[in-house]
Structures are given as C-alpha cells and as structure tokens.
Design a protein around this ligand. Structure first.
Ligand code: SF4
Length: 132
C-alpha cells in the first residue's frame, strides 16, 4: 500500500495531475492496485474486469500507469485527474468512452505527461484487435 501510494504521488508530479479530491476514491484505487501487486506481481488496473488476470499482465495495456494514461493522459479510475476531479479527455480519440462520458476536459498542464504519445496509432489498432 505504502509503495503504491509513493508511486501514485510521484506519477502525479510527473504528469501534472492530482489524485481525486473525493473522499475514499484514491484510497480504494490504491488499495486495488496494491492488492494486484501482492497477488499477481503487477499493479494491474483495479477498475476493469479481466477473465484471467495472469493472462492480462502478459500485455502492458492495463498495468498502471496504463496505455490510456501514458498516451492520452486519461485515467478512467479517476486516480490521476485535474484539480476539479475530472479526468483529462482532450487527447482521446473520438468514440472513446471517456469522451462520451465526460465530454472534452482540457489538460491544465499540457507540458507534462503523455510520455507514450507517439504510440496513439498503435493503441487504436490494439483496442480494436484486443478489446479490453
Ligand atoms: Fe492506473 Fe490507468 Fe487504472 Fe488510472 S486507469 S489507475 S492510470 S491503470
């Protein structure tokens, strides 16, 4: 738990995001990440369903920080968000669930994060070929 929380705080600084202001949101996501770390050895995103977690971690897609976060700066667990608690959606492709749910939420710190932005094209191919 402590190790995951340190990772989360460091990743917030790196990406210019903040943890969710709502009580309990951050704690429950961090607990889920720590549980996956303890049981399967990787911080698999706790906000999704996987038919087989061990199979899933063979892919990098949903290991935190996930591909959507590293490419689009979008965290669907609401762990890494803007100060008002909304997830950043402005870089998401059209039709992505985040755009449909939240509309366009601008990135308040565009100079930070999106370390894998060059992989956006490949991500959309993967999303179609291996929906998850
Ligand atoms: Fe981490 Fe991505 Fe899940 Fe957010 S959505 S907690 S960045 S894996």
């Amino acid at each position: 738990m402590g190790r995951m929380r340190k990772f989360v705080d460091a990743y917030c600084r790196k990406t210019g995001t903040t943890v969710h202001p709502g009580e309990g949101v951050t704690e429950s996501v961090v607990l889920g990440l720590a549980h996956n770390m303890d049981t399967i050895g990787r911080p698999l995103c706790p906000c999704r369903f996987y038919p087989d977690k061990k199979e899933e971690i063979k892919h990098r897609t949903w290991v935190c920080a996930c591909e959507d976060m590293k490419i689009y700066k979008y965290c669907h667990c609401l762990l890494f968000v803007a100060e008002d608690g909304n997830p950043i959606t402005e870089y998401l492709p059209e039709g992505h669930e985040g755009r449909e749910i939240y509309g366009i939420v601008k990135d308040p710190t565009p100079d930070k994060g999106r370390e894998s932005r060059a992989k956006a094209e490949q991500r959309e191919i993967d999303r179609k070929e291996r929906p998850s």
